[in-house]
Design a protein around this ligand. Structure first.
Ligand code: DX5
Ligand code: ZN
Length: 239
């Protein structure tokens, strides 16, 4: 069984999504969760690929001056090729493009040539087969567990088999991919995605809409690690 491989467990992290943070107070919001993570998830929406508008390179550049976190930049936009370089210049460390927009191989090559870590994302109803040809070319695969566009939506458990397919295919090919999930992740749903093989957990409302965002983030990570440890014990692996 491919779940809970050492690579998965060693690289478990929560990537808090600033989409649910107070945009008038972003610097403090990011600083508040920084002790609990090394990644920040930045949601970019263009009002075209998704029915919402968020932020662009200027905000990333402002954040970069105040944070040394890894900026995990999720591009929910129709023409990402036009904006990869501006986001890289603004301080993005990794970018993730949706396979639904097409030109995936060229976009991956462009990300690599810009020195970005390269990610690909799939909407809940996009099958594993759309991701499969690119698994050996990317650093990260993002499985959306809501339809992108808004924070605070309910987790879609029907995506779990696809997450497991991605992890199994990566393990079979000897790839240490980051398998990221995004949408409706909290202390409960993170358990299911750990079981499926994910190791990066984006959480927006379950972090920033809580009274103590840092404690909320740490609670999600603790739940993920507890599940991985329980599974390891059950499998008879040394702890
Ligand atoms: C949704 C975004 C998510 C969003 C998740 O389109 O890609 O990153 O912030 O928010 P929650 O965690 O509230 O579902
Ligand atoms: Zn996102």
């Amino acid at each position: 069984m491919s779940d809970h491989t050492p690579a998965q467990v060693a690289r478990m992290r929560v990537a808090p999504s600033i989409l649910s943070a107070d945009f008038t107070n972003l610097g403090d919001a990011v600083a508040g969760v920084t002790p609990g993570t090394d990644w920040l998830h930045v949601d970019v929406m263009d009002g075209h690929f998704v029915p919402n508008l968020t932020i662009g390179p200027p905000v990333v550049a402002s954040l970069r001056k105040h944070s040394s976190l890894y900026f995990d930049t999720h591009l929910m936009i129709t023409d990402p090729g036009k904006y990869l370089e501006p986001f890289r210049d603004a301080g993005a460390d990794g970018c993730t493009v949706h396979v639904e927009v097409g030109e995936t191989a060229a976009l991956i090559a462009q990300m690599r040539s810009l020195g970005l870590r390269a990610g690909i994302a799939a909407n809940p109803d996009t099958p594993f087969e759309a991701l499969e040809p690119f698994l050996d070319q990317v650093d990260l695969v993002l499985c959306m567990t809501v339809f992108p566009g808004f924070g605070g939506q309910s987790f879609m458990a029907e995506v779990l088999p696809k997450i497991a397919q991605v992890r199994a295919a990566a393990d079979a090919a000897g790839l240490t991919l980051d398998v990221e999930v995004d949408g409706g992740i909290d202390e409960q749903t993170v358990v299911e995605v750990v079981q499926a093989g994910a190791n990066v957990f984006v959480a927006g409302s379950a972090v920033f809409n809580r009274d103590d965002p840092l404690a909320a983030l740490e609670g999600i990570l603790a739940a993920a690690e507890a599940e991985a440890e329980a599974a390891a014990v059950q499998a008879g692996a040394p702890s």
